[in-house]
Unconditional design. Sequence first.
Length: 271
Amino acid sequence: MPIETISSLQNPRIKSLVKLRDRRQRDRQALFLIEGYRELNRALEKAIPLEEVYFSPDWFLGENEDALLRHAEAAGARLFQLTRQAFAKCAYRERPDGLLGVARQWRLSLVDLDLPPNPLLLVAEAIEKPGNLGTLLRAADAAGVHAVLLCDPVTDLFNPNVVRASTGVLFSVPVVVADTGTIPEFFRRHGIRTVATTPDTDRLYTETDLRGPLAILMGSEQYGLSPDWLRRADEKVRIPMAGQADSLNVAMATVITLFEAVRQRGVQRSL
């Protein structure tokens, strides 16, 4: 099929792409945007179905874009070429690289998870900022977390800035959006112990056994974990603070705690 070139900023496809920045439109259409070479490449590697890919050679930064476009087309995506101005209209990055995909959303539930005997999970409650959520996903991917459970999320998993901040690992880490009330029973059935991070405890995160089937609980940027999650947690730990700040950014705290679990579990595997 010949590739259509779009130059008009009033073209319905350009307007549709701009609308997908809005959560209501994303949810209504069950679609989302993937911008950037790295993110689109990771989506293709994980066989995420791309419905459309829009590209503008005027914005290309490297030499591998043509191969990516051929891959996307072979995988079933329809390609559209945009002029420089048209691409700038629908891109959400300050400095775009000329690649923007449209993909269909997906939903995983707790019953879809295929966990190993000794899983490491991350529970994130009411995360507000897309950048933080994306960074949490990157940390989970780097730490080998088997699944991320989002409970009562404020930000949308398919927000373009979540996709961007995750650098595309959103496509490789199983993510379940679940109601807070359903997760504890799931943990009980699978024998998963929970460790909550909070400043309101004397026990340090390094003094707690983070081996075995485990879920690390992280709360919102402003309020931390809710009283319900703190009450349900098997253990509570804190990260020591030597300066004037009384808390860390949730993404930073997640990285620190997850990699302490990785360290301990690595020791366990070597025994």
